[in-house]
Unconditional design. Structure first.
Length: 131
């Protein structure tokens, strides 16, 4: 998979904790972003350019293992049209792309990513968003 060049872009990464509050406050103060990346269900809550969901879609579509997030994820799969980076493809969600884990591990020389947020940051790192 070819990942688009993002060098020099101003990207907001919003998850389901305080980062979503910080993001919305920053918008109130007229901050602008080239892209907005959401973690899991944020694509149904806020306009996002990319979603990082490192669980398989089957976790949300076939089980209730995600608890209260199950319903909103099912809705997001129907509504969200941008890329969703995940650990595996699922034909029921055609815009899922396999996360480029090999490229990340090789570039960073590190394989420890303990939840979805570090996966999004690692993606930014390999695309050289850091200054």
């Amino acid at each position: 998979m070819k990942i688009p060049e993002l060098k020099g872009k101003h990207v907001a990464i919003i998850a389901m904790g305080e980062s979503q509050l910080d993001y919305h406050l920053s918008k109130i103060y007229s901050n602008k972003y080239d892209e907005v990346w959401g973690i899991n269900c944020m694509g149904e809550i806020t306009k996002c350019d990319r979603i990082f969901m490192l669980d398989p879609a089957s976790r949300f579509l076939d089980t209730d293992d995600a608890g209260s997030q199950t319903g909103i994820m099912k809705t997001m799969f129907k509504n969200y049209k941008g890329p969703i980076y995940s650990c595996e493809l699922d034909e029921r969600v055609p815009n899922i792309e396999v996360y480029p884990i090999e490229e990340v591990v090789q570039y960073a020389d590190c394989a420890y990513l303990n939840n979805t947020v570090p996966f999004a940051f690692a993606y930014a790192f390999i695309k050289k968003l850091h200054k």
